[in-house]
Design a protein around this ligand. Structure first.
Ligand code: HEM
Length: 215
């Protein structure tokens, strides 16, 4: 199968969580508390897509699948898409655009502060995800900026830890996965350093090539 076809399949798969939500809404099956249900599902998928995005580079290096790099942008944009749905649920359905109340909530409830921080960190990443923006910023600056994806993931995990009351297992699982991803980053940096970073290509250093961004 061509990369383009695989990309189409991955794109369709990334829409499944949204499709399931819409399906449940149509069937009137969003539980007794639909707003809470939508908030939880979109929050879960934001974190999952963030971690999937961060897993692309270590997996590519580990398995040697260079084509994987071209999926990173799509997964990252889906993380932002679900984060936007998550935040919009809060903004529109929970608080109905009451910005004064929202500001108080962001300041007063530490888990909302962490979530908000995570969301804000994702905005510049989505805004600079195009080929033109990568060229404009230059590979190195773009790469530095895109380290914010780790900041967003850490904020997302902290947000989850702070909001759960009893069952810490789900946020703990995400925290372990994130720690492994961060650890692999350090490990690859160390081993790359030893084989000579100067010879590394842009893709090796995490800057997408035109081929990665194509179609
Ligand atoms: C990177 C950004 C974010 C991530 C990764 C994220 C992730 C999550 C996760 C995983 C959950 C729990 C889902 C579950 O229990 O199954 C959650 C719940 C929630 N999030 Fe977020 N979130 C983010 C941003 C935000 C923002 C910006 C807000 C609002 C300002 C927000 C408000 C909430 C609320 C109100 C809940 C439900 C809390 C409760 O059940 O009491 N989140 N989020």
């Amino acid at each position: 199968m061509s990369v383009r076809r695989v990309k189409l399949c991955v794109f369709a798969a990334c829409l499944i969580p949204l499709g399931l939500l819409v399906w449940r809404a149509v069937m009137g099956d969003l539980t007794a508390n639909p707003i809470e249900y939508i908030t939880h599902r979109t929050g879960d998928w934001t974190l999952r897509f963030l971690l999937l995005t961060l897993a692309v580079t270590p997996l590519r290096k580990l398995m040697g699948w260079s084509q994987l790099a071209s999926f990173r942008r799509m997964l990252g944009l889906f993380a932002f898409f679900y984060a936007t749905l998550h935040f919009s649920t809060y903004l529109v359905l929970d608080f109905f655009f009451d910005f004064e109340l929202i500001l108080d909530d962001v300041i007063e409830r530490r888990y909302v502060t962490a979530g908000f921080f995570g969301f804000v960190s994702l905005v510049p990443l989505a805004a600079t995800s195009t080929k033109a923006m990568i060229r404009r910023l230059g590979g190195e600056r773009w790469r530095s900026l895109h380290r914010l994806a780790y900041v967003a993931a850490v904020a997302g995990v902290v947000h989850y830890f702070w909001l759960v009351k009893i069952d810490v297992l789900p946020p703990l699982t995400y925290a372990v996965i994130l720690a492994v991803l961060l650890g692999s980053r350090v490990w690859f940096r160390y081993t790359n350093h030893r084989v000579g970073r100067a010879s590394a290509t842009g893709r090796d250093r995490g800057v997408p090539t035109d081929a990665d961004l194509a179609g």
